[in-house]
Design a binder for this molecule. Structure first.
Ligand code: NAD
Length: 456
């Protein structure tokens, strides 16, 4: 099938490359001309394991192309994905301006051929109808003249399209693997024709031809339910982490070990072991904005989301707990140098949107500390625009010289292999705050460090 993808970021690029890999003809479009030019040269705009290889092979085979031209994408595609960002506004509601611009733009280039317009951006319930309206508005704005060069205005072309909601569940850091191995594919639509098109598009997953491959279930719903499924999934996972963080705070007070508690309750199949790691809390481009957006939707419809508000507030407090731990160990923070390991919001990504490490770094800088940090992938250049006073080192050990404490904020696996005796030798004061509970307290203490975890 001919597929267009508008917005070539984390979701758009991975979706486009994977659909090309399974045999579709994909044109990925972005309004960032520099990004498109770099992609044509196979320079990745993001760090994502396995992505470069797939982009390279699909570009080489001609299945994947890049463009800045909306008319080309709409003109040649049967299915058009909207995958632009929907970041939070200061009041917690999602900023839908990119979705609005793209929906109108699609409308302006539609003709009478049937298209399926698929919303993959995370958008509030009701957005399917709103996008349909914007596409229709766009079609009314289409510049139409007679083809004889006389410039005579005609009526806008008759359009024929359906809107589908197809929320995305990939995780940054394993986005390619997740796209090839999803737990389910959710498709919300109110037209049989659109559903049949989506069935063909995802046939590689739902009707695999390999003998030992199980089909991925396709959950078919109305538009609003599909939109709600995405928010409900993220809100549940965020709540699960805030729950274990709440338990960790009680564990600290009563002398229990939250890691043992989490392990034992996670063995209960009704609970499950994932998303039960206590620590500095969740961040990233999805959980914070999606939980806030759901609270906002509740308010719009006269409902107070008290559980979700508590989820957000427990998470905010986890950052403060890291600062409190430093204050407990060092007393005065003004004039101290604090080293941070890990800046990305989680391992295997270079995404620093709402990264807990940056929030802690900003709080420490505001308290008068010098803050030095290391991350295996995030660059000093990325940080400069956001937190200019944060110093970034390429060596995880060198930044410990003259530091008064080390705080581990992202559980990159390489930190687990570093010799903690060397860490102890370099630090001015041997204090290690393990904000992810990912190091062994015993090994750290044997190395001479004062180990402080979360809830243990
Ligand atoms: N990142 C994730 O892990 C993830 C997972 C699931 C769902 N989502 C959702 O998917 C959507 C996209 O997220 P993302 O992380 O890929 O965002 P992103 O910021 O990485 O990518 C968005 C892209 O859209 C482009 N863009 C913006 N306006 C445009 C326009 N008018 N025309 C063409 N291109 C335009 C930007 O230049 C950018 O490349 C969001 O709604 C997000 O909530 C993200």
């Amino acid at each position: 099938m001919k597929v267009g993808v508008i917005g070539t970021g984390y979701v758009g690029l991975v979706t486009g490359a994977c659909l090309a890999y399974v045999g579709h003809e994909v044109l990925c479009m972005d309004n960032d001309a520099g990004k498109v030019e770099r992609l044509r040269q196979i320079i990745m705009p993001i760090y994502e394991p396995g992505l470069e290889e797939i982009v390279r092979s699909t570009v080489d085979s001609g299945a994947l192309q890049f463009s800045t031209n909306m008319a080309d994408v709409v003109g040649q595609s049967d299915v058009i994905f909207i995958t632009v960002g929907t970041p939070s506004r200061p009041d917690g509601s999602p900023d839908l301006s990119a979705v609005r611009a793209v929906a109108r733009g699609i409308g302006q280039h539609l003709d009478s051929r049937y298209r399926v317009i698929v919303n993959k951006s995370t958008v509030p319930v009701g957005s399917g109808n709103w996008v349909r309206m914007l596409v229709e508005d766009g079609a009314q704005l289409a510049p139409v003249t007679s083809g004889d060069g006389g410039g005579v205005a005609l009526a806008p072309p008759k359009t024929d399209f359906d809107i589908v909601s197809n929320p995305e569940f990939l995780r940054e850091g394993s986005a390619v693997w997740d796209t090839f191995n999803p737990d389910r594919i959710v498709v919300g639509a109110d037209s049989e024709r659109a559903l049949s098109t989506m069935g063909q598009l995802y046939a590689h997953w739902t009707a695999p031809t390999e003998p030992n491959k199980a089909p991925v279930p396709m959950v078919v719903t109305d538009l609003s339910s599909a939109e709600m499924i995405k928010y409900a999934a993220n809100a549940f996972l965020a709540t699960k982490i805030s729950f274990i963080n709440e338990i960790s705070n009680i564990c600290e007070r009563v002398g229990a070990d939250v890691t043992r508690v989490a392990q034992a309750i996670g063995l209960d199949k009704r609970i499950g072991s994932q998303f039960l790691n206590a620590g500095a809390g969740w961040g990233g481009s999805c959980f914070p904005k999606d939980v806030s957006a759901l609270v906002n939707t509740g308010l719009e419809y006269g409902y107070e989301c008290s559980l979700l508000k508590a989820t957000l507030s427990v998470n905010d407090n986890q950052r403060k707990r890291i600062i409190e731990k430093l204050q407990r160990e060092l007393r005065i923070l003004k004039g101290r140098t604090i080293a941070i390991w890990g800046l990305a919001f989680k391992p295997d990504t270079d995404d620093i949107r709402s990264a807990p490490a940056l929030e802690v770094a900003i709080q420490l800088l505001n308290l008068g500390c010098r803050v030095v940090a290391h991350d295996p992938i995030v660059t000093a250049q990325q940080i400069k625009g956001q937190v200019p006073d944060l110093q970034v080192s390429e060596d995880p050990l060198a930044l410990l010289d003259n530091a008064d404490a080390l705080v581990l904020m992202t559980e990159w696996p390489q930190y687990k292999d570093i010799d903690l005796s060397e860490v102890c030798r370099r630090l001015r004061q041997p204090i290690l705050i393990d904000g992810r509970n990912c190091l062994s307290p015993e090994i750290a203490r044997t190395a001479g460090l004062t180990y402080v975890g979360v809830g243990r």
